[in-house]
Design a protein around this ligand. Structure first.
Ligand code: NAP
Length: 243
């Protein structure tokens, strides 16, 4: 049995490929999203209870290999896997999509975290499309001089920025759709994590078209685990370790 730590489009694609290949696969989701897109194969939902509990879970379910395909900003579950899998003698691979890179015409401002992103808004814009997700919005709660269009999959708990509108939506997004959104709301600044991937990239193309500044939050440091950037490579690895 292969365990995929999921919550990303790549994790779903990987589960579909391994399931179609006849490999036994369980995908694990955190349970943050009310109606998640469910991957093929078996799905379990909810935290494990920390690295030790994850280690026990791996042994109890006779897991032959773990693929951590979680989001680049999901730090705790990756740290948990990096501790639990080697301790349980289970091979671990990280599947991580490459980050985005700037192209000519982009006006990107890199910051280290959401607090820095909030601090950088003042000089860059007043009508902000905020796409950093539902968690961590408290960092923007004291930014009173700007209006925010907060786009996330599910409603967020307070505190939120004093002037905002919530837009519940999930990708993939298109260039035309993002241009329309920017124009309709008079957006002059976008804030994003460096999530990478194609599903949410259209906002960056739209920002370039409209000459908008973008504040990009850098990825956090990751545990030292063998890593591949594509689903194809993760499929090969899984076949070799659990086929
Ligand atoms: P996190 O801070 O790394 O995780 C917090 C806790 O949630 C973990 O300690 C773990 O609980 C549990 N958890 C997280 N992912 C899990 C999984 N796939 N299966 C089982 N338990 C999981 O993660 P997060 O940033 O809250 O993200 C939660 C999930 O949303 C991740 O699976 C990630 O792939 C997805 N996601 C995150 C982002 C983002 O920007 N952070 C964006 C898109 C999708 P225990 O310690 O109890 O095991």
């Amino acid at each position: 049995m292969v365990l995929i730590l999921g919550g990303t489009a790549e994790a779903r694609a990987l589960a579909a490929r391994l399931h179609a290949d006849g490999l036994a696969v369980t995908s694990s989701l955190a349970g943050r999203v009310a109606n998640p897109r469910l991957p093929a194969g078996t799905v379990r939902i909810g935290g494990f209870g920390g690295p030790e509990a994850l280690g026990r879970w791996l042994a109890a379910h006779q897991i032959a290999a773990v693929i951590d395909a979680t989001h680049p900003f999901a730090q705790r579950i990756s740290a948990s896997a990096a501790q639990a899998a080697p301790a349980a003698g289970v091979p671990l691979l990280r599947l991580e999509r490459p980050g985005w890179s700037e192209r000519p015409g982009d006006r990107w401002h890199w910051v280290d975290d959401l607090e820095q992103a909030a601090g950088a808004i003042g000089s860059l814009g007043e009508r902000v499309l905020l796409t950093t997700g539902r968690q961590g919005l408290a960092a923007f709660a004291t930014v009173g001089h700007a209006w925010f269009l907060v786009r996330c999959v599910d409603p967020s708990d307070p505190p939120l920025p004093p002037h905002h509108e919530l837009l519940l939506d999930r990708g993939p997004y298109t260039l035309d759709g993002e241009l329309e959104l920017i124009d309709a709301h008079g957006v002059d600044l976008i804030v994003t994590k460096d999530s990478g991937g194609a599903h949410t990239k259209a906002k960056l193309d739209a920002a370039r078209r409209r000459g908008l500044a973008v504040i990009v939050v850098r990825r956090p440091p990751r545990p030292a685990v063998p890593s591949v950037p594509t689903v194809d490579e993760a499929v090969d690895w899984a076949r070799a370790h659990a086929g």
